[in-house]
Design a protein around this ligand. Structure first.
Ligand code: NAD
Length: 490
């Protein structure tokens, strides 16, 4: 049956459906980036809360600023903004039709977005727009005022097209109408994600109205958060499985693991949903949780993606079934990453790493190596290089971490060990590939990519380790190189 509000009863034969009605909901949140992760995470916490009959005035209005988001809106609108979320765990699978989203505004209706942001009912503006969506120069970690999209928004603050320009315009309209500002809640995987979001918004506001930038700094809350749930992209496989196993014709279902986690700072001046009732942890300082997750989980993903790609492995669980990749990840995590992760309240880092290993090994979730390998130009500097920098600063060795960087470089030569062509999905792919190929003459050319490696690329110990690992990869291939690292002979 084609998914819609009027066919929910049919869907309930094989899936859970909302305990709340659409009519009982009113919007309280605008969310930018209605991708898969949002629909498996924040939207699920809200769905569970609404099922308890609570905070029904915090429903979601989706917003999308990219041209491709108009397609998303079309698909979602055709099914009344319902999403089937399928949890795939080793022991069981379960489908839930979720309905916390009540509308969506997509490009090019930017005026509609600003009007909605100015609506006093909206108390939270949240976002999952990918790590690369924040106009931050990866090497310096600072806002990049020269990006063409930023230059355009700064020149036309009344007709913005970026998420940040829209938020500024919305805040301005609220101030003009004496409506207090909403909370801005970033849910992307970025260290200090609230602070980064604030820096981008204030950086952009300063370019056209420095006084207003100052006002934002004093009046708008930007809670930091740690978000976690492995959520692969949706393809024909997922659409077919939703139809075949659950009898639901959903144009854009979401598959994810059963595990989910959200650690959040409690800074919501206009109030917030009672998320603590559905398992969200509120803390004073998210930083230790975030660092643990970014370095062990996201770092782990960023470490196994490239050796797996070079060995023609497609699924993440298949990578974990490969004894060399599994041992490489374990040694890297325990010998190099965990020792520079600061302690986390009430948490054993060893147990956390064991949990991550079993989550990566989940054979049912269908997460793919191409998804993990994409966007490395934004991910390596956030997930891998900070561990490298911390170890170097302490005078510690970086054999495994330098090998991760070397694997990434080798990947950008463009062919796997068996000679298969690699398809890249990275905004900087062209430049990376050119540099990776040039580095066959001199490995240090790759580390001279300053915007990515920063000062780590200038460190002698790192340069030595990287060059040796890269040489080894090129001469002996990925499997033998991983083996040498595991033996301690690399
Ligand atoms: P997705 O591709 O399904 O969705 C990405 C969304 O972001 C889309 O709606 C897209 O339109 C929007 N977007 C992309 N670039 C943008 C830009 N420059 N400006 C504005 N909007 C932009 O991806 P996803 O799986 O939903 O992941 C999105 C982000 O969520 C990740 O980058 C990560 O930071 C976070 N996250 C994802 C997972 C996961 O397992 N998928 C887990 C934890 C956190």
């Amino acid at each position: 049956t084609k998914l819609s509000l009027s066919t929910l009863k049919d869907a309930s034969a094989k899936a859970a459906i909302p305990a709340y009605t659409r009519d009982s909901l009113t919007a309280g949140i605008v969310h930018f980036g209605v991708g898969n992760f949002h629909r498996a995470h924040q939207a699920i916490y809200l769905h569970e809360l609404f099922n308890l009959g609570k905070d029904l005035d915090f429903a979601i209005i989706g917003a999308g600023v990219l041209p491709s988001d108009a397609k998303m809106k079309e698909k979602l609108a055709a099914q009344d903004y319902l999403t089937t979320v399928v949890e795939q765990d080793v022991a069981k699978s379960a489908a839930t039709v979720t309905g916390p989203m009540v509308d969506m505004i997509a490009a090019p209706d930017f005026a509609g977005m600003i009007a909605k942001l100015a609506d006093p009912a909206i108390r939270i503006v949240s976002m999952t727009i990918t790590e690369g969506g924040y106009f931050i120069d990866p090497a310096t970690g600072h806002f990049d005022p020269k990006h063409p999209a930023i230059v355009a928004d700064a020149a036309n603050p009344d007709q913005p097209k970026t998420v940040f320009g829209l938020i500024i315009a919305g805040l301005k309209a609220r101030r003009a109408a004496n409506i207090p500002p909403f909370t801005v809640m970033c849910c992307d995987n970025i260290p200090g994600n609230g602070e980064v979001t604030e820096a981008t918004i204030i950086g952009l506001a300063k370019l056209s109205d420095p006084d207003f930038a100052e006002w934002i700094h004093h009046h708008v809350a930007f809670p930091n958060s740690m978000v976690d749930r492995i959520t692969p992209a949706t393809g024909p496989r997922e659409i077919d499985m939703t139809r075949d196993a659950y009898g639901i014709d959903d144009a854009w279902p979401v598959f994810c693991e059963e595990f989910k986690q959200w650690v959040l700072e409690d800074k919501f001046p206009l109030g917030r949903p009672a998320f603590e009732e559905v398992g969200v942890t509120f803390v004073e300082d998210v930083a230790p949780y975030e660092l643990m997750k970014l370095r062990i989980l996201n770092g782990g993903h960023a470490a196994i993606a490239y050796p797996a790609a070079l060995m023609d492995i497609h699924f993440v669980h298949e990578a974990m079934e490969n004894p060399l990749i599994r041992a490489f990840l374990a040694k890297l995590t325990h010998d190099e990453i965990i020792p520079v992760v600061p302690p986390v309240p009430n948490t054993s880092l060893q147990d956390y790493a064991t949990l991550i290993e079993s989550r990566f090994s989940n054979p049912k979730i269908g997460d793919t190596i191409p998804r993990l390998a994409q966007d490395g130009s934004n991910r390596q500097p956030k997930f891998i290089l900070p561990s490298t920098a911390d170890r170097l600063a302490k005078g510690l060795d970086v054999v495994g971490l330098a090998l991760v960087s070397a694997l990434w470089c080798r990947y950008f030569e463009g062919n796997s060990d068996s000679g298969k062509a690699i398809v890249f999905n990275d905004a900087s792919a062209e430049r990376l590939q050119k540099t990776a190929i040039a580095s066959q003459q001199d490995p240090l050319l790759f580390l001279a990519l300053d915007d990515i490696f920063g000062s780590v690329g200038q460190n002698d110990r790192f340069r030595q380790r990287f060059s040796k690992a890269l040489q080894h990869l090129r001469t002996h291939g990925t499997a033998k190189t991983l083996q040498s690292y595991i033996d301690g002979s690399l």
